[in-house]
Write a protein that binds this ligand. Structure first.
Ligand SMILES: Cc1cc2nc3c(=O)[nH]c(=O)nc-3n(C[C@H](O)[C@H](O)[C@H](O)COP(=O)(O)OP(=O)(O)OC[C@H]3O[C@@H](n4cnc5c(N)ncnc54)[C@H](O)[C@@H]3O)c2cc1C
Length: 472
């Protein structure tokens, strides 16, 4: 501790129980662990020193940005150091000509768009947590968002990353992955760090692409009498040749929770609604509007509304972006998973989710990035009931494993963390997981960085598969 204190003076090193408590979990508070200490990094050098000390004393290191993760990726390891990069939040440079920005890892997603706005630019990946989440956390989770259908997720919007390495050959050195142009020779190490969940190095700087603010954006809201029809309309829109800037869906429970929370103007009688943004040159938007309105009608929409002005657009989107806290008011606890499936299978997964929820006597609300096929079943439960978390985990496992069955994946953007580690054994074969472990041990041979998360051990895989085959 004295060695850490030499680097992290005063209140930058937290060791008292009451000070460690707020850092016991991320935004999935059902999994908690207290760290040995929490260190608040203010510079790249702090990160380098912290990593070196962790190696010297053999203690694990978990990086943490804003702690908004939903898979317990930033949950501390018992006896380990939690290194918080949130204080490194400066936007170092906005280059209007190159349309790029260089930021520290703790820079807040929405702040980057706000700072870029005077240049007619914004940062496209916009997780619904964008008012709080950090760019470093976005890279580590390869975050998505409402506008990622058209503009790509984080990996498509990052040019380079500075990373403190934990590999044997260059331990503690700062390396740059990527460059200021779009391609690089050799292995795509920049892509590898996206979604690495703090397990392959600590990110200390990110250079992102900025996107011009579109000339025009129009928003449609379509009401449906069944979730199946709403879900099928999603793939019909893309099949018709339109890639909306955003294509989101909410089911009845999500609609009613949101309406009660912030009166967004949603139809309480609808079983499902789609919120659709079309953006670009006004002529392009007009042509796409006509196509989407036609497809929505053919798909059985009971009503299609076009936002009259920016105020109404913002109002509808405020509802969507407030859906999580709105649903949070319906139940003492919730657990949100993010399986992703081919678009045309969304309806199947929503119907299966209803059946599974009945089996475990739990309620599920759905509000999600429908255009990406990225579902967000929000399972409501009361953690005070003795078996409620267990039933919730089983329901989550059934839904995620059904996503795999229909050709999908267990996570679209929230990451594996602790939450979905068992499902990695279903998603991947032993040979495939061996490849993950080989990369992890090459880049983090001392297993210092976020150990025991994301990649299950062989023993754990065998145990989980055996449990599934005997108990279903
Ligand atoms: C209400 C709500 C809505 C959300 N909506 C979305 C959404 O639409 N799309 C989406 O993708 N996610 C969403 N999320 C999840 C979450 O916001 C994202 O995963 C986000 O990218 C996490 O960023 P963070 O800064 O909070 O990271 P944290 O939670 O602090 O950490 C997440 C992971 O990143 C690692 N990490 C953090 N900083 C670093 C670093 N400097 N170097 C290396 N590793 C690091 C951590 O170890 C951890 O594994 C939502 C969460 C909430 C609570």
């Amino acid at each position: 501790m004295a060695a850490l204190r030499n680097v992290f003076h005063g209140e930058r090193l937290l060791v008292k129980r009451e000070n460690l408590a707020p850092y016991e979990c991320d935004a999935l508070p059902v999994y908690t662990t207290q760290a040995l200490a929490v260190a608040l990094a203010e510079s790249e050098q702090d990160v380098v020193e912290a990593l070196k000390l962790c190696k010297e004393f053999g203690i694990p290191l978990v990086s943490r940005g804003a702690g908004t993760g939903l898979s317990a990726g930033a949950k501390p390891i018992a006896g380990g150091l939690l290194l918080v990069t949130a204080p490194m939040k400066q936007i170092l440079e906005i280059d209007q000509v190159a349309m790029t920005a260089r930021v520290q890892p703790g820079a807040i997603n929405q702040q980057l768009s706000i700072a870029s706005a005077p240049h007619g630019l914004y940062y496209a990946p916009d997780p619904s947590s964008q008012i709080a989440c950090s760019i470093g956390g976005n890279v580590a989770e390869n975050a998505g968002g409402v506008h990622c259908l058209k503009y790509g997720v984080t990996v498509q919007n990052v040019l380079s990353v500075r990373l403190v390495s934990a590999a044997e050959e260059n331990f503690g050195e700062v390396i740059t992955l990527g460059s200021s142009c779009l391609s690089q020779p050799g292995f795509d190490l920049l892509a590898l760090v996206h979604g690495s969940e703090g397990g392959l190095g600590v990110i200390t700087e990110v250079t992102v692409k900025l996107t011009p603010v579109p000339e025009q954006t129009r928003t449609l809201m379509a009401d449906f009498a069944s979730v199946r029809q709403a879900a099928d309309a999603v793939s019909a829109i893309v099949r018709a040749g339109v890639i909306p800037a955003a294509l989101e869906m909410m089911d009845k429970l999500a609609i009613s929770a949101t309406e009660a929370f912030c009166k967004a103007g949603y139809n309480l009688d609808a079983a499902g609604i789609l919120l659709i943004d079309l953006d670009g040159h006004p002529l392009e938007v007009e042509a796409e509007l006509a196509i989407v309105e036609r497809v929505l009608g053919e798909s059985g929409a009971i009503a299609v509304h076009l936002a009259s002005d920016d105020e109404q657009r913002a109002h509808w989107w405020k509802g969507r972006k407030s859906a999580f806290p709105a649903i949070g008011r319906l139940s003492p606890d919730y657990y949100c998973i993010d399986g992703t499936v081919p678009r045309h299978r969304i309806g199947d997964v929503l119907e299966a989710t209803e059946r599974f929820a009945e089996k475990y006597a739990l309620r599920v609300a759905n509000v999600f990035h429908a255009g990406d096929g990225n579902l967000h079943p929000i399972i409501m439960f009361d953690g005070r009931e003795p078996d409620a978390l267990e039933r919730t985990e089983k329901l989550a496992a059934d839904i995620l494993e059904y996503c795999i069955e229909v050709g999908g994946t267990i996570t679209g953007e929230h990451g594996v963390g602790v939450e979905k580690i068992n499902q990695m054994a279903v998603q991947f074969s032993d040979a495939e997981l061996a490849q993950f472990r080989a990369i992890k041990s090459a880049l983090d041979p001392h297993n210092l960085l976020n150990p025991d998360k994301q990649i299950p051990t062989l023993a754990r895989c065998q145990e989980y598969r055996a449990l599934r085959s005997c108990c279903g």
